[in-house]
Design a protein around this ligand. Structure first.
Ligand SMILES: [Zn+2]
Length: 263
């Protein structure tokens, strides 16, 4: 049974949440990470989720803000010491270039080919990995090279918005997905600020989920402290009638073939 684990539910400045990272874990334990949090805390988060580093087939990085890519050096360095084969690191071509420069600076002791198999993916083009994963990136409205991504296994498809202000491509990408994981960085009261910063609110996320017709929505990348989940959920509930959760570190959602998603 495939499951989604929230390793980090927070935004760049969160104190009581780890920065953004998700793991899609198949029934056989093989794992695809989407974003890596902001630093070495990702190593402890993966262990707590029951994920060993050699299980990771693919790491997708949505963009170069540190709260999404900052844990990559920790993962790649530790993985290189544990396993003979490096994972695939996939992103848009802009982000792959930047990540390779980052790794050259911070992991000088290990050659590039020991750290990662780099794969630059094209928007709206589906790429197969290891005959287990299909990844389809799509553009996000945030910073240069930013993207969302749809991660599919044989039975499950999860759409990640990435950091973004609202735009129609999210609903297009999420159509048919088992779950939409959408950022909701700021509250609806801060909607103008959210848009100006390239972010979304609970209502933006809910509208994208409703437009996509998905049955399940997970709000994530929450800038608000732990304890404000009910407030964010209530705001999203106005526009989205399906199954709704607000991410917390350590939350897991398991998927079954029959029902799509079941908590
Ligand atoms: Zn972010």
């Amino acid at each position: 049974m495939t499951a989604l684990h929230v390793l980090g539910s927070g935004s760049a400045t969160s104190v009581d949440r780890l920065q953004t990272s998700f793991a899609v874990v198949r029934g056989d334990g093989r794992t695809c990470l989407v974003d890596t949090g902001g630093g070495t805390a990702i190593l402890r988060a993966t262990v707590r989720a029951g994920i060993q580093l050699p299980q990771i087939d693919v790491v997708y990085v949505t963009h170069m803000d540190f709260d999404h890519c900052g844990g990559l050096p920790a993962i790649l360095y530790a993985r290189a010491l544990e396993a003979s084969e490096p994972p695939t690191v996939a992103a848009t071509s802009h982000v792959v270039g930047a990540l390779r420069e980052l790794m050259a600076l911070v992991a000088r002791g290990l050659p590039d080919e020991r750290l990662a198999r780099w794969r630059a993916l094209k928007p709206w083009t589906t790429t197969d990995f290891e005959e287990r994963w299909r990844l389809t990136p799509f553009p996000a409205r945030h910073i240069e090279g930013a993207s969302g991504v749809v991660v599919s296994t044989d039975d499950v498809s999860v759409c990640f918005s990435g950091d973004t202000s609202p735009h129609d491509d999210v609903a297009r990408a999420a159509r048919g997905a088992s779950l939409l994981v959408h950022e909701a960085t700021l509250s609806d009261a801060e909607a103008a600020l959210a848009t100006s910063l390239g972010h979304s609110t609970p209502t933006d996320a809910a509208r994208a989920a409703a437009a996509a017709g998905v049955e399940r929505l997970l709000l994530a990348h929450v800038n608000a402290p732990v304890g404000t989940e009910a407030e964010f959920a209530a705001a999203a509930r106005v526009s989205f009638k399906g199954v709704l959760d607000v991410a917390r570190d350590g939350l897991s959602i398991s998927f079954t073939r029959d029902t799509g998603a079941a908590a």
